[in-house]
Ligand binder design. Structure first.
Ligand code: ATP
Ligand code: MG
Length: 427
């Protein structure tokens, strides 16, 4: 079993409590609301596992800061246990409510596969049976019991424990047992110092803890795709910064408000996000004046990427992320994507490249960004549109346009003038 972990921060007191110091004696009469987090891929990471666990614990702390004031955290094999620590004068039911709140917040923490609101009871079969019966009370339909032991030396086998709980619930409540497809499941997990009992559990985000894979910078348009792209890369462990190009001063600031609202929505997955905003209107005008013609869109996108690369240096990001999806619009043909890649040396990650718009929209709905993206605004890309758009941009032609207006210097200037917003805690 891994060590208990000490975590402290100003608003959160996550005290360390090595499980070995909690004796069976100490848990006598125990009935404590808690949250069990099931970890997925993170447990497969071999030697780096401890580092990943520490990162996840830190992300948990950030997700709870200012939400619940005292939380105790234990790291177990493939499981993290969180228990609210309230003052002794707390009102009845306060610990349950705090555990509910912790469970809700944990559903947005990347790297957690399942969130289970549980009760922690003494390491005693009778205590487990009583807790299981109480949880099943009032539940309709068939049920199954799944028991497992993280402490294999426990004197009752998993099968015996499950059978004892099953027959008590059946006898007292009359629910039918259905092991194949039950309406609800009672889970019992015997640990080193206690037993956890819970019903069902809720899906978490899965993926890897944010920051595990480093940092990326998302080009965030205010449309439907880029927030989904950001979400997907956060889920693969990238901590994301966000960069929005507005058409200002040729447009109003509406697109900036939208980008900010979207970043706020995504901030619940990583906390403390930064949004960089570049007023792009004049640069677009200069591109058009330099005779970009049918190449205006691709030239604009290359200038965006060059600017993004300059800001990425500042934000310590080692990849750019876009919401491109192959063939969705003219700048997303294979030839044009190749021309975009050539503009910068940083890798451009395009997690939506093979998705249909309907699939992207379904995910946007699920992560609650769709309705924000659908608010009206004037996207800078809709300014100065040529009558015909080049779908097979030649890189040599783009270089000529860029040489005329010193595109690299212009990108540096735009990056230097970017406004930076830091999001506070989204309560
Ligand atoms: P969405 O706007 O949601 O990304 P889209 O279909 O409008 O989708 P495009 O306008 O071609 O796609 O843009 C493709 C990608 O380029 C966007 O996903 C985004 O990453 C980037 N991008 C486009 N416009 C902007 C902008 N104004 N600011 C920042 N990034 C942008
Ligand atoms: Mg767009």
């Amino acid at each position: 079993m891994s060590d208990a972990v000490a975590m402290t921060c100003q608003t959160l007191d996550m005290t360390a409590l090595p499980a070995s110091t909690v004796t069976d004696q100490a848990t006598d009469g125990l009935h404590e609301p808690c949250v069990l987090l099931k970890l997925g891929e993170i447990v497969l990471k071999g030697r780096n596992r401890q580092q990943f666990e520490r990162l996840l614990q830190n992300n948990i702390r950030l997700a709870l800061a200012g939400v619940v004031t005292g939380v105790r955290l234990w790291q177990r094999d493939g499981v993290i246990v969180l228990t609210p620590q309230l003052e002794s004068a707390a009102t009845p039911g306060a610990a349950e409510a705090a555990a509910d709140l912790i469970a809700e917040r944990m559903r947005d923490v990347m790297g957690v596969v399942r969130v289970c609101r549980a009760v922690r009871v003494a390491k005693d079969p009778d205590a487990a049976i009583e807790a299981a019966v109480a949880l099943a009370r009032g539940r309709q339909g068939s049920f199954g019991v799944r028991a497992k032991r993280r402490d294999k030396r426990f004197h009752v086998s998993s099968a015996d424990l499950a059978a004892a709980i099953g027959s008590r619930i059946q006898r007292e409540q009359g629910n039918a047992v259905n092991l194949r497809d039950p309406d609800f499941v009672v889970h019992v997990e015997v640990d080193q110092s206690e037993i956890f009992v819970y019903t069902d559990g809720m899906p978490g985000q899965g993926g890897l803890p944010v920051s595990m894979s480093g940092r990326g910078l998302v080009l965030m348009s205010g449309g439907i795709d880029s927030p989904v792209a950001a979400y997907r890369m956060m889920r693969r462990g990238l901590y994301c910064g966000f960069l929005h190009f507005s058409g200002m001063p040729l447009t109003g600031p509406e697109s900036v408000y939208k980008a900010y609202a979207l970043v706020r929505q995504l901030d619940r997955f990583q906390h403390g996000s930064r949004l960089y905003v570049v007023a792009f209107g004049r640069a677009q005008q200069r591109l058009a004046a330099s005779g970009s013609g049918r190449l205006q869109i691709v030239a604009q996108r290359r200038l965006m990427l060059k600017t993004a690369q300059a800001i990425a240096r500042r934000a310590r990001a080692s990849a750019l992320i876009t919401g491109d999806s192959l063939g969705q619009v003219s700048s997303q043909t294979l030839t044009n994507i190749t021309a975009l890649d050539e503009a910068v040396s940083l890798p451009i990650l395009r997690p939506l490249i093979g998705l249909d718009k309907t699939e992207i929209m379904a995910e946007a709905r699920r992560i609650a960004t769709l309705s924000l993206s659908q608010l009206p605004d004037q996207d800078c890309c809709s300014l100065l549109l040529p009558r015909q758009v080049e779908t097979r941009a030649r890189i040599a032609d783009l270089h000529k346009i860029e040489a005329r207006l010193d595109a690299d210097d212009l990108a540096d200037e735009l990056a230097a003038a970017a406004q930076e917003y830091r999001l506070g805690r989204s309560a």
